[in-house]
Design a protein around this ligand. Structure first.
Ligand code: ZN
Length: 219
């Protein structure tokens, strides 16, 4: 193994330790249930390389060796099986210059996006400072995009809908993507946006379902 390989292995292990700690935190909030969600951080900008959480693992139990190095298309560089959504992480890092990306499957993101497909507008909330916006007198839009199993399609939708002033996008019926300059800032953005979504859900609880199965009507 040459020096470059060993230093990149070290960077991957260090990134893996950071991602494991972040994932354990989000899992404890119930935002990464089952094996859902994935996290990444940029380990090199040129060429672009990201450490991404491996596919199919419980996000509350990750270790420093559970990250996979991927290139700017989300493909594994040195083997391993990255999350299926690695390509979108890489695209967000390229598009926004983010150093870390968080993807969680939270209930609030899915519930709110169900009825706000044109985007979710927040205003006059102190918490908006947490994503770099004014606390007063400014509409702040969190974009919502339609889900897809095709990461190129999902990436195109994200790129088209992205609000450069909001470091997050909700994917309808799926979850939330948020990013930041580094894992710590990406975490703060994730938590602030989740707070905003939970507030929206608390203030506007979903109404009764539009369709009831036959024979299950109200008494
Ligand atoms: Zn997902």
């Amino acid at each position: 193994m040459n020096d470059i390989d060993s230093s990149s292995d070290l960077a991957l292990t260090e990134a893996g330790a950071v991602l494991a700690a972040e994932a354990a935190r989000f899992a404890s909030f119930g935002w990464m249930r089952g094996t859902s969600g994935n996290l990444s951080m940029v380990t090199s900008r040129d060429p672009l390389r990201l450490a991404v959480t491996a596919s199919g693992l419980d996000k509350g139990e990750l270790t420093s060796s559970d990250a996979v190095l991927v290139d700017d298309s989300g493909a594994a560089v040195n083997g391993g099986r990255p999350s299926a959504e690695a390509a979108l992480h890489a695209r967000i890092a390229r598009l926004t210059g983010a150093g870390a990306v968080v993807h969680v499957h939270s209930i609030a993101a899915v519930a709110v996006a169900r009825r706000r497909l044109d985007g979710i507008v927040f205003r006059d909330l102190e918490m908006l400072k947490g994503v770099g916006r004014a606390a007063h007198h400014e509409d702040v839009v969190l974009p919502v995009i339609e889900n897809s199993q095709d990461m190129a399609v999902l990436g195109d939708r994200l790129e088209a809908a992205r609000n450069p002033l909001m470091p997050a996008v909700v994917v309808a019926g799926h979850g939330l993507y948020a990013w930041g300059a580094d894992p710590r800032q990406a975490r703060h953005h994730t938590e602030v946006v989740e707070w905003l979504l939970e507030l929206e859900l608390a203030e506007h609880p979903p109404g009764p379902p539009r369709h009831r199965p036959s024979g299950q009507g109200q008494p």
